[in-house]
Design a protein around this ligand. Sequence first.
Ligand SMILES: CC(C)(COP(=O)(O)OP(=O)(O)OC[C@H]1O[C@@H](n2cnc3c(N)ncnc32)[C@H](O)[C@@H]1OP(=O)(O)O)[C@@H](O)C(=O)NCCC(=O)NCCS
Length: 273
Amino acid sequence: MDATDGPAIHKLGADDAIAGLALSTEAHWNQTEEDWRIFLRDGIVFGIRDGLRLVATAALLPYSGNNAWISMVLVSGTHRRRGLATRLVDACLETARKNGLTSWLDATPDGAAVYGPLGFTPTLQLRRLKLVRPGRAEAPPSSSATIDALRARDRRATGLDRTALLEAFAQRSGSRIVSAHGAIALVRDGRTARHIGPLFADNAAAALAQVHAITRSETGPLLIDAIASQSAFLDGLTASGWTIERPFQRMRFGPATTAAEELPFAVAGPEFG
Ligand SMILES: CC(C)(COP(=O)(O)OP(=O)(O)OC[C@H]1O[C@@H](n2cnc3c(N)ncnc32)[C@H](O)[C@@H]1OP(=O)(O)O)[C@@H](O)C(=O)NCCC(=O)NCCS
């Protein structure tokens, strides 16, 4: 199919947050309306409608240093295998190309089947883990961690300045930044589970201690998107009741750009990197 064939591609706006949320909810994803608002405000979201109904999306979120994150690639079950995701990701790539941006994404196995043929190359692997029943809801660990400390650590580990994103997360009422013994993490609300990430630590033991301190003060289900090569961390999580839900494959389109100084233990989420 030629890129110009098929239904029109629209640039979505703030009014499309609820329709976007319907698509991510249909896919059982964890994003909230506030997450959609980040993409619609700070990024470019392309969409395809069938009549009035939004049936497919893809978002490009620019980051510092000529990087961009592609995510929210979603096609309603009623409209799959018609080339819609391919066309929308192509639209993102075209925008990235015009702006000289290297594009990154964290692909589900279904998504990787779409992105490989488009020319994305695999980089590192992630594992999404879930803890259904955390501990006894003790008081949250006391922490003097600040957004500045999180931002600085995030920059060291990703090579990106993600001040706007991290501040948007931190300002939400359900969010907290926790830090102890060389580890720092952000916890935020999701649609069905709270999300731990990003998480940075000096070593796996510190990362695990941080997660355990968080889980002891949480009552509902939790998600974490761990870097797969942090194997001692992953082993520690699975030994303490976390289960691996699915893999994500990080992929890049364009030249390598970031110079990271340390590897995170968990990322902000596959939709944000
Ligand atoms: C992944 C998803 C976005 C694909 O949307 P789509 O519009 O059906 O994809 P396309 O029609 O553009 O597919 C292009 C090609 O990718 C491959 N592909 C797409 N979905 C596939 C799947 N489920 N299994 C295997 N290959 C697949 C095929 O080669 C397909 O070409 P073909 O239909 O000619 O065989 C859609 O299935 C979806 O929304 N899934 C749930 C959310 C998700 O995982 N999103 C990806 C996040 S990274």
